[in-house]
Design a protein around this ligand. Structure first.
Ligand SMILES: Cc1cc2nc3c(=O)[nH]c(=O)nc-3n(C[C@H](O)[C@H](O)[C@H](O)COP(=O)(O)OP(=O)(O)OC[C@H]3O[C@@H](n4cnc5c(N)ncnc54)[C@H](O)[C@@H]3O)c2cc1C
Length: 301
């Protein structure tokens, strides 16, 4: 079966004061209440996860060109699962070429900094992880078991380097920022002593979440010889009258969130004159919504 891409996130990069101090620090809590009462400002004006930035790599790291060169020089196949199909290897190489350009670009979002207003600084999301996981049928019981998912997080050695730069940028943003300086932020994790690539990598092995819940890529819209599953009309190669319209067709995670991107794919594909009468389509849904079946029903409208 196909590859899966997982956005990685760091837990526990902690900055004080945080919303937790509203409950544990009487002085801070009283101050927060007073500024809210006086002019509706301060911590009570901040919701949870209410802000974020999508930043290009050259903005967060001065060594963007070195990392791009390292990516070009990699033997890409070495970092895929040993049984990866040659077409998948070819597609991965093509994607890494694209990412080399993306690392150098001021027009591609690489880092999604999510501001939580909570106990931690928020969620640090690498939008373009280089490592590739796998999803396979469990051959011991193909019909009755869950598929076997292996995230293979950090299997590409440049991922911890990039994530380390993301942590360094976030640290700088919080600690060297005149706006936040007045709040006297304190870094609890990973801690100011964690600075080198090796220290960052060791920290990440223990703290990295393998998923930001934005998996894509198992039915990539790519040429078949590059491991693609659907063509540019989302028709499945080698199968008559079947399209896939969901997040799985994105070959890599976009420099954006995936829900609205999935909606965009669905809207695009339902524009006439795409459908014919006898076509079946795998369904499109949004998280938490009722399934919307695209295909014969939509076409007949
Ligand atoms: C916890 C969480 C938080 C997220 N937060 C955000 C966010 O803030 N912003 C954002 O942009 N994205 C977010 N995402 C990602 C986003 O939800 C997905 O990218 C998006 O829903 C993908 O759409 P989809 O149609 O491909 O898959 P889904 O929305 O997962 O739809 C798949 C559908 O298929 C149905 N299904 C599965 N198996 C079968 C079967 N055998 N028969 C019939 N039906 C079946 C499922 O019930 C489901 O309705 C989040 C995801 C999670 C899990």
């Amino acid at each position: 079966m196909g590859r899966t891409l997982i956005v990685v996130a760091v837990r526990g990069l902690t900055v004080k004061p945080s919303s937790d101090d509203l409950y544990s620090n009487v002085t801070f809590s009283n101050w927060a209440s007073s500024v809210w009462a006086a002019n509706k400002t301060g911590p009570y004006s901040i919701a949870t996860g209410n802000g974020g930035a999508f930043l290009p790599y050259p903005v967060i790291s001065s060594r963007w060109d070195d990392i791009a060169k390292n990516l070009t020089a990699q033997d890409h196949a070495k970092y895929l699962a040993a049984d990866a199909d040659p077409t998948v290897v070819a597609g991965y190489r093509a994607q890494m070429q694209q990412f080399t350009a993306a690392l150098r670009s001021n027009g591609t979002a690489f880092y999604n900094l999510v501001m939580s207003g909570g106990a931690s600084s928020g969620v640090l999301v690498d939008l373009h992880p280089l490592s590739r996981g796998t999803v396979n049928i469990d051959v011991s019981n193909p019909a009755g078991k869950e598929p076997l998912v292996d995230y293979r997080v950090l299997s590409n050695p440049l991922d911890p380097v990039i994530m380390g730069d993301i942590i360094r940028f976030t640290r700088k943003y919080h600690m060297n920022n005149p706006l936040t300086a007045q709040l006297r932020p304190t870094e609890f994790a990973p801690g100011a002593s964690v600075t080198t690539d090796k220290q960052m990598a060791d920290y990440l092995v223990d703290s990295l979440s393998p998923s930001y819940f934005h998996p894509v890529g198992t039915c990539s819209m790519m040429p078949r010889e590059l491991g693609g599953v659907v063509d540019e009309e989302l028709k499945v190669y080698g199968v008559q009258n079947l399209r896939v319209v969901d997040a799985s067709i994105m070959p890599t995670i976009p420099g954006a969130n995936t829900c609205q991107t999935t909606y965009a794919i669905a809207e695009k594909v339902t524009e006439p004159p795409v459908w014919t009468n006898d076509e079946l389509c795998l369904q499109v849904t949004g998280r938490g919504s009722n399934p919307v079946r695209v295909g014969q029903n939509m076409m007949q409208k």
